[in-house]
Design a binder for this molecule. Structure first.
Ligand code: AMP
Length: 506
């Protein structure tokens, strides 16, 4: 089924229902949103685009994102979302690789792109001219037709185009209700994290029930803006990467605010440390849910529910909040060894997943598809272990594991300990090449402003919590950690810095 039906269904029931806002200003109701998609679809098809063709979106969060997504689907087209922070050359590579025919841009990003039949600025007259009086009927789509061709950040080599189908997104949307949260028609989701990534596809469950969608006027994440919007738009929900959650909590603490107006903050996309989620719940209340997913099974591998996060009376509460929760309803989850043998609870191996949220494969890349999808299972590249209750604890990406003297060290467990020090704002642990040990542990530490952190204290902390061989052999104090657009620490850049000590961190 075409995802466009979700929008038409609400538009038919209740066309006047508020749908899209920019900040607190309403810009579209469900009736006009659907009507605009039918018109946009008609123009794109009249211009020669045929079902299955790709259109690229290279812009920050913008209200047009939503009508372009549903307008493209309406006409049977595929969205290629491109992270607005990519270099134009990187965007050009994605456009060429995906074979996108048209591109849509906003706010000056991407004006130099070429190789497209049409490049349309969504704030310009060419875009407005696409909304004529002709409407298109929804193009039938089979469940395995592609809806979203998402290029993974690719820490090595070129990014890969993840083929996400209508069925994948439908499954992701339904799992939101089963595993993440309820959504009421009166709720408002706010797009603070990039819509080119998970936050954008979370529009699907919110369209399913006809909730409101707010694009912040800033087009991105701004903690103070979100605290202003929440009481005015609430009940408000959002997806936030762990760094964004930490910034929200910093802001709340500094301004003596609670969580008024925030209904649910879904966090994921990278590790959230125990001390951070505990502080977040203390400051903002029981408003958090964690998800674990990856581009290849978007937003849909595991979830740690609000109830599990607040259940501090549970004997394994600490272990649970350090985990990423349990398999979401639509997926099967296993942990396997390098020979693909099932591992018992407690043993660390690669996390593999199977279910209707798992991608169809990588676009025009059969080798990578065959390496990642085996017998219907998605090999995530994440290392983790299950407990006997089905809770998954992630260790690290297999490539981030440090092997020192033949023993595996998972950076996350060292980072968790370092963060217990009150003077440590952020910590990231990587392996450095070493003649004797193969690799040794190096910790990059961002001290809290005004705090003095000495390495003896950090050493003592490690000795008190983890095996001796896991403690860092060396500490590097830095002002900030290098991060990507989604707030993920770029461990590759930290490893590079160790090879070239004089070099600035990006
Ligand atoms: P991406 O495909 O860019 O969304 O990155 C997905 C990767 O981010 C996963 O394979 C994990 O390594 C990591 N990740 C996602 N969610 C979580 C989470 N809740 N906790 C820890 N790591 C996560």
């Amino acid at each position: 089924m075409n995802l466009a039906h979700l929008l038409r269904r609400i538009a038919e029931q209740d066309p006047r229902r508020a749908a899209v806002l920019v900040g607190t200003t309403p810009v579209l109701d469900y009736g006009s949103w659907a009507a605009r998609c039918a018109r946009l679809g008609a123009s794109l098809r009249a211009a020669g685009l045929v079902p299955g063709d790709r259109i690229a979106l290279f812009m920050r969060n913008h209200k047009a994102y939503l009508e372009l997504m549903w307008g493209a689907w309406w006409a049977g087209l595929v969205i290629v979302p491109i992270n607005a922070k990519l270099h134009p050359k990187e965007a050009a590579w994605i456009i060429e690789h995906s074979g996108a025919r048209w591109g849509f841009i906003a706010g000056g990003v991407g004006a130099e792109l070429h190789g497209l039949e049409q490049l349309v600025d969504v704030d310009g007259a060419d875009y407005a001219a696409l909304f004529t009086d002709t409407s298109l009927a929804i193009e039938p789509r089979a469940k395995d037709d592609i809806a979203w061709l998402f290029y993974t950040s690719g820490t090595t080599g070129r990014p890969k185009g993840v083929m996400i189908t209508h069925r994948n997104l439908m499954t992701m949307g339904l799992c939101y209700f089963a595993d993440v949260d309820s959504i009421d028609a009166a709720d408002c989701t706010v797009y603070a994290a990039p819509m080119s990534h998970g936050a954008g596809i979370y529009a699907v469950p919110h369209v399913m029930v006809g909730a409101r969608h707010c694009v912040p006027a800033s087009g991105g994440f701004d903690a103070s803006e979100l605290f202003e919007l929440a009481p005015r738009l609430g009940p408000m929900s959002l997806f936030a990467a762990p760094t964004m959650v930490n910034r929200l909590v910093d802001h709340a603490q500094a301004q003596h605010l609670g969580g008024d107006g925030f209904k649910t903050i879904v966090y994921g996309g990278g590790p959230m440390y125990v001390a951070d989620i505990q502080r977040a719940m203390r400051v903002m209340g029981p408003r958090f849910v964690q998800i674990y997913g990856q581009g290849e099974s978007p937003m849909t591998i595991t979830a740690l529910s609000r109830g599990q996060l607040v259940d501090s009376a549970h004997p394994r509460h600490l272990e649970r909040i350090a985990s990423v929760g349990v398999a979401q309803t639509a997926v099967e989850l296993r942990v396997v060894d390098t020979q693909n043998r099932l591992l018992p609870a407690g043993e660390v191996g690669e996390v593999v997943v199977r279910g209707d949220s798992v991608m169809a494969g990588y676009w025009r890349n059969p080798e990578a598809t065959a390496a990642t999808l085996r017998d219907g299972w998605l090999f995530t590249g994440d290392m983790g272990c299950l407990d006997t209750d089905g809770f998954l604890t992630l260790k690290d990406r297999s490539k981030d594991v440090i092997i020192s003297g033949g023993s595996n060290i998972y950076p996350r467990e060292v980072e968790e300990v370092l963060l217990l020090h009150p003077g440590v704002a952020e910590a990231s642990v990587v392996g450095a090449h070493d003649q004797e040990w193969g690799e040794v542990v190096v910790a990059f530490i961002v001290p809290r402003p005004g705090s003095a952190v000495d390495t003896h204290a950090l050493d003592a902390l490690c000795l008190g919590h983890i095996a001796r061989f896991k403690r860092p052999k060396c500490y590097e104090f830095v002002d900030a950690l290098p991060k990507n657009n989604y707030g993920k620490v770029l461990k590759k850049a930290l490893r590079e810095r160790l090879k070239n000590p004089g070099e600035q961190l990006p």
